[in-house]
Design a protein. Sequence first.
Length: 185
Amino acid sequence: MKASVKFLMALLAVVAGAGAADAAAQGTAQPAGTRIGYVNVGVALRAMPGWAQAESTFVRERTAAEDELRTLRTGLDSAVAAFQQQSAMLSASNRTARQRELAAQEERFQQRGQELQEQLGERQEELLAPMQERLTAIIDGLRAEGNFAVIFDIGGQAAALIVSYDRSLDITPRVLQRVQQTAGN
């Protein structure tokens, strides 16, 4: 079981346990005041001011990185093809030296690909962090206003874990409304 699934199940157990303890203390059959809501964070994030510009910037930078890797791959493929054509004519020592050069070139290619992937991940985080922080503040505010014990993100991988839910608990429309209200500020 994935760690995120275990975390979600543990969180649900804690919330349910807290509600049951509340109910037992109050002598009621249902957890009083325990509300659970959900939001589609992806939808709300795409509605944030600045999203389109951040996405455009990221796509442009990702495309440049992909172009660089494609150029490096083409150069490596050409070097391998040239080696294969010439290998029969090379002495054993020259063949071994060329194989080492190709292996080093392949290693540099892999290393550069990993560097670019890390840079893109950092850049994506840099572009999205301000919007994510603002969205978190909006959701936290709505959670407090609505007296929700917990709000889950119904988008992404977590949605696969939820079999059925009360659609009246979806606060996504309220989050979007609050995003629009704060966009003017």
